[in-house]
Design a protein around this ligand. Structure first.
Ligand code: FAD
Length: 278
């Protein structure tokens, strides 16, 4: 997918749950394809809740002939289920994955047989050798459930060493957090590319809610300005474009190996940022 390729961008989608959403996604894909992405990826609902839709969305995106990686989470699944899914992906010619632990929705089943992403990566390598290029998640601002930064760092290193080819970060708005994280993991012997995850800003209320849940900090200077725009979505989008373009420039100038956009199935916010970056 990725790891061996120099600088590049990639785009993440979620599987739409309506026919209208599916049709719209083809247009979004085509608009983003013009920017020559390295790959697309498609998220996977916790506990396998979108399993069928993730695969059908991956196949829809792949019709354009571009590498598309399904995300795969292990929480709540047993090894047989994961083995079957990996076999299905192989049969269909899929050769890239984003491997995650995932989050179990409250009240939904047990934890499953694999407890953490490092165990999933190890399982994929044991079952399928080097067939898949595997990306894993990284958290420059620390995973919300981690007791501290240092332990989270060790856990990250463990999953890369289990056989990941690439890491994609949770989104963040503070470039220093990314640079510090990269410096620290390099010192621990991690050599794989660590691609910053980029979240375009389009809706402050949703962003604030989501950021609280996933542990991404919205700096005060951004928060105050977004709050001041109230319901003016155009002003939020314009300001968001400016702030995120600046962040992307800082990251690329500082040596980030690419950018992975959380598109939320919309092309325009990503295209506006990319236009600013030439
Ligand atoms: P892990 O790496 O397993 O880490 C989870 C927590 O456990 C961390 O606190 C870590 O420090 C700790 N830990 C890890 N290994 C060990 C160990 N061996 N022993 C003790 N503690 C350990 N969620 C979805 O449901 N679907 C998606 O498609 C999806 N895509 C994502 C894509 C990206 C790029 C990112 C950054 C996140 C994505 N997520 C997705 C969210 C992700 O599932 C959650 O953040 C989840 O809580 C952690 O998954 P992980 O793979 O990072 O877990």
């Amino acid at each position: 997918m990725v790891a061996s390729h120099p600088l590049g961008i990639s785009f993440e989608f979620f599987p739409p749950n309506t026919e209208v959403g599916r049709e719209k996604l083809t247009g979004v894909r085509d608009a983003l394809l013009e920017r020559n992405p390295r790959f697309f990826s498609v998220t996977y609902g916790a506990g396998g809740s979108t399993q069928g839709r993730t695969l059908s969305t991956v196949n829809q995106i792949r019709e354009a002939g571009i590498t598309t990686a399904p995300h795969l989470s292990c929480i709540g699944s047993d090894k047989d289920e994961l083995r079957d899914l990996l076999a299905q992906y192989r049969e269909q010619g899929i050769d890239s994955l984003v491997a995650l632990r995932g989050d179990q929705p409250s009240g939904m089943g047990g934890v499953g047989e694999l407890r953490y992403a490092n165990e999933l990566v190890e399982f994929i390598r044991t079952e399928t050798g080097n067939h898949f290029e595997i990306a894993v998640a990284a958290y420059p601002e620390t995973h919300p459930q981690a007791p501290n930064f240092e332990q989270d760092l060790e856990n990250f290193v463990r999953k890369v060493k289990a056989g990941a080819n690439l890491a994609i970060t949770q989104y963040f708005f503070n470039a220093d957090a990314y640079f510090y994280f990269v410096e620290r993991v390099r010192a621990l012997g991690v050599e794989v590319p660590i691609v910053p995850g980029i979240m375009p800003i389009t809706n402050y209320t949703k962003l604030a809610r989501f950021s609280d849940a996933c542990g991404a900090e919205i700096p005060r200077w951004i928060r105050k300005q977004l709050e001041a725009y109230g319901d003016d979505n155009q002003a939020i989008a314009d300001y968001g474009t400016e702030v995120i373009s600046h962040l992307c420039r800082q990251l690329l100038d500082g040596g980030a190996p690419g950018l992975h956009f959380y598109t939320l199935n919309q092309a325009t916010p990503c295209l506006r940022i990319l236009d600013n970056l030439d």
